[in-house]
Design a protein around this ligand. Structure first.
Ligand SMILES: CC(C)(COP(=O)(O)OP(=O)(O)OC[C@H]1O[C@@H](n2cnc3c(N)ncnc32)[C@H](O)[C@@H]1OP(=O)(O)O)[C@@H](O)C(=O)NCCC(=O)NCCS
Length: 204
């Protein structure tokens, strides 16, 4: 799986060199409106849910890296992707589950495989449109940052479309700061462009 945010464009190209697992046991949260949300590592059996969820996100958001027609993946491929992440102590994929549905996803992976880059992680985050503005994105990102710290990373990085104020506000609230802009970083099918902000959060 390449999740939702262009921060993860490179994730699949990075060869994993760690052997042990980095898995999040289920943590239950009750939201202000009473919704119960469980955050946990995705399991192999979640592959069909994950494929459908990511398709929904690509169809609904201009702030993610892929066009929906690029999201062509089999259940076997998705299962293998989840399995690989779950057996790597420098990667994690966290799902937000509610009523048997997958309603949010976030993940991190190393930015590169070189030793001099090994202290840096990159991440992605998304929440299903009908579950946004309930605090789930914040919960997912807080859990992700805590897990990355435990995994020994020193900083978390991401790229976000400069017009994605909702995401940028959330990242700022969690002490990410902007370190630069890639102008024209996103090119849409209609020929228009979006700039990308680079943001970073120190974990140490
Ligand atoms: C960006 C994104 C992940 C945010 O997820 P979210 O679950 O809506 O985030 P939160 O609910 O934690 O916070 C968003 C807002 O809801 C507010 N909120 C949080 N809990 C709330 C509650 N119980 N009731 C009402 N509002 C609430 C927050 O204060 C925040 O508002 P603000 O922007 O005015 O500060 C989501 O909009 C999304 O998936 N967008 C599409 C994909 C995307 O852009 N991903 C990021 C790519 S870099």
């Amino acid at each position: 799986m390449e999740i939702f945010s262009h921060c993860l464009l490179l994730a699949r190209k990075i060869k994993s060199w760690y052997a042990s697992a980095m898995k999040i046991e289920a943590i239950e949260h009750k939201l202000q409106d009473g919704t119960i949300v469980q955050l946990r590592s995705l399991e192999n059996t979640d592959a069909p849910l994950a494929i459908a969820y990511v398709a929904t996100m690509y169809s609904s958001s201009r702030f993610l890296a892929r066009e929906i027609e690029e999201w062509v993946i089999t259940v076997d491929e998705e299962t293998a992707w989840i399995e690989k992440a779950n057996s790597d102590d420098k990667r994690v994929i966290i799902g937000a589950m509610s009523g048997g549905q997958l309603i949010g996803l976030c993940d991190f992976a190393p930015v590169a495989s070189m030793k001099r880059m090994a202290h840096r992680a990159q991440c992605g985050l998304s929440v299903a449109p009908e579950f946004q503005h309930k605090g789930i994105g914040t919960l997912l990102m807080q859990t992700l940052l805590q897990t990355a710290r435990q995994a020994g990373y020193e900083q978390m990085e991401l790229e976000v479309v400069s017009l994605n104020h909702k995401a940028i506000d959330l990242y700022k609230k969690l002490n990410f700061s902007k370190c630069g802009t890639i102008e024209y970083g996103m090119k849409y099918k209609d020929g228009t462009y979006g700039d990308l902000d680079i943001m970073m959060h120190r974990l140490v």
